[in-house]
Design a binder for this molecule. Structure first.
Ligand code: 6YU
Length: 539
């Protein structure tokens, strides 16, 4: 279809009334910023790559501020990204994000979820919003050891409180008082060695095994293979929000679905994997409109835009950044992508016919006797991968799910687990549960579901961390828009959002949502006329 230049004004008027973008052949043309500004409507063509909560959140904010020429290109066949609810057992279970970490007024996920009535009433109680669990499983764990004994948590209470103090201490380092190669793991080891000199000799081996188990939990929280990979100097920059972590009774995806309601039906284009983003160019459509960015997709489609917000996970960028952008990214960004961490934390969900745990148990901690955080890590993955399993969260029975345990496992052992068949994982889990409960004929789980985030082609891991060799500055560098030069003639061509771009809230859904809104705001500030028009229209 060819459109004459004289028809453009009429066409733009039609688009203003019916703001669908034009599709001409395989090139999807969006209105150019200059043309829009000439028309005084201030509506640039904006593409968002990725329909996770950062992408959906950015689109929502843009649309609410009068930007209607917004499209999201999503590689997979679903929205939500690492928010992924699936049917399991007698209800719903989360493959990715599970909790709102810190549900309190400064958490935008909590704000949205409560606004849309997605949470249980007790979550909204003021006293719940004041509790600070610092991302750790709340409550006292029920502890089972590898010799099949259930152990009293009282035995470990003093070690647990020492551990929490060490972690708190680890958050007080800054680059002024710590070596840049120091890790949280090495710091914890020093504290353990120092403190263990005072321990009752008969308890040393149990305490060490307990601490090894707790550190396995910590690697899941930080999304890393080992705490030796986590930079000590930046550890305190991650900010926890107050509030007793909570879940979504209708699934985490209910939040994504609510945000999507505000978007036009055709905003999200699924199964549209982006292969390459060409920026700093002059790309012309058949009406001689010029755009600075061209987005090439795996299926051959090409999209032209004034601004692109990239929200793909850091894991994907680690694999593809060099080819993904043309011209290639500046050195500071490539350094950030390479040096920041993006580790694996997987779930193994098990449905049991009958619970072996007491009612009101929230977390089952596993202790492998004879292990120690001071010993060299086990090398033989085939034989030892299951020893990295941090424990099981007992999923809430209030959700009528049945009797479901959610195991968490991080790092290389988790990535190895992804390579095994369901039968192998199920059989290992059955053996493990029998060994730890001391019930040799415990029936095997009736069903199992597990995540495979490392092998996911568009995620390649679970979430980001600040690894040794990187710092919060890398997160800020990753978040900077392109071109870098603020005075460039064509500013804000490629913007970056996604959890890994939020210096204080990386690795979380609220960090991701904040990042999407942050980049939307950057564009809103660039087009004050659009906002002014919307405000006027609302009055
Ligand atoms: C939280 C929690 N949580 C467990 C597990 C995981 C994560 N998180 P997305 O990936 O969502 O979207 C990008 C899209 O881009 C995606 O759809 C892709 O398909 C698409 N894409 C990629 N390439 C493309 C291409 N080429 N073309 C087109 N599209 C493309 N967060 O708040 N509570 O309980 C958990 C958990 C197993 C895997 C989590 C949790 C992390 C969040 O899920 C995640 O940050 C956001 O969903 C990301 O959204 P997004 O939009 O940025 O990307 C001190 C210190 C410690 C630091 N850590 C403490 C926090 C611990 C985090 N909690 C973890 C715990 C669990 C259980």
């Amino acid at each position: 279809m060819q459109i004459s230049r004289s028809g453009v004004k009429l066409l733009l008027l039609l688009i203003a009334l019916c703001p669908d973008q034009l599709v001409l052949g395989s090139v999807v043309q969006m209105q150019s910023a200059e043309q829009e500004e000439e028309m005084g409507s201030g509506r640039p063509a904006i593409l968002i790559i990725g329909a996770g909560i950062s992408g959906i959140g950015a689109a929502d904010k843009l649309c609410q501020n009068g930007f209607h020429n917004v499209r999201i290109l999503e590689a997979t066949g679903r929205t939500g990204g690492r928010i992924w609810t699936q049917k399991f057992a007698k209800g719903l279970a989360e493959v990715g994000a599970q909790w709102i970490h810190g549900p309190s007024p400064h958490n935008p996920v909590f704000e949205l979820a409560s606004h849309h009535n997605l949470l249980q009433p007790e979550v909204l109680l003021e006293e719940n919003q004041k509790i600070d669990v610092k991302n750790h499983p709340p409550g006292i764990p029920v502890i089972y050891s590898s010799s099949g004994k259930k152990m009293s948590p009282d035995v470990f209470m003093n070690v647990l409180s020492m551990y929490m103090e060490w972690l708190e201490k680890a958050t007080n380092f800054t680059k002024e008082n710590c070596r840049s190669d120091a890790s949280v793991g090495s710091f914890l080891r020093e504290e353990i060695i120092h403190s263990s000199r005072e321990w009752d000799k008969t308890m040393v081996s149990s305490y060490m095994a307990f601490l090894k188990g707790i550190i396995n939990v910590e690697t899941c929280i930080s999304g890393t293979h080992s705490m030796d990979h986590i930079a000590l100097c930046s550890y305190g920059e991650y900010t926890t929000l107050p509030g007793l972590d909570c879940t979504f009774p209708r699934g985490y995806e209910s939040l994504v679905n609510e945000i999507k309601q505000n978007l036009r039906n055709d905003t999200v284009i699924l199964n549209k994997a982006v292969n390459r983003i060409r920026w700093n160019g002059s790309f012309m459509d058949s009406d001689a409109n010029v755009y600075h960015v061209e987005v090439q997709c795996a299926d051959g489609d090409t999209f032209l835009a004034d601004h692109v917000i990239v929200t793909v996970p850091l894991g994907f960028l680690k694999k593809r950044a060099e080819y993904f952008f043309s011209p290639s990214l500046p050195a500071s960004k490539l350094h950030a992508i390479k040096s920041l961490g993006f580790g694996t934390n997987n779930k193994i969900l098990l449905e049991l016919e009958e619970p072996f745990w007491e009612p009101n148990t929230s977390f089952i901690q596993l202790i492998w006797e004879g292990t120690s955080p001071l010993a060299e890590p086990e090398k033989d993955l085939q034989k030892n991968w299951m020893k990295k399993l941090a424990g099981f969260v007992v999923l809430e029975t209030s959700q009528q799910l049945g009797h479901v345990l959610c195991g968490f496992i991080s790092g290389e052992e988790s990535e190895y687990m992804e390579t095994l068949s369901d039968e192998e994982v199920l059989s290992t889990m059955t053996t493990l549960l029998r060994q730890f409960t001391g019930i040799p004929n415990l029936p095997p789980p009736i069903s199992m579901m597990r995540s495979k985030w490392h092998s996911h082609p568009y995620t390649a891991g679970s979430y980001s961390n600040v690894a040794v060799g990187s710092s919060g500055i890398d997160i800020d560098n990753l978040a900077l828009p392109l071109p870098e030069n603020k005075d460039a003639a064509k500013p804000l061509q490629v913007l970056f959002a996604g959890e890994a771009t939020e210096r204080n809230f990386y690795s979380t859904t609220h960090g991701a949502l904040m990042s999407g809104r942050r980049e939307a705001q950057r564009l809103i500030d660039r087009y004050p006329h659009t906002v002014a028009a919307v405000t006027k229209a609302k009055l």
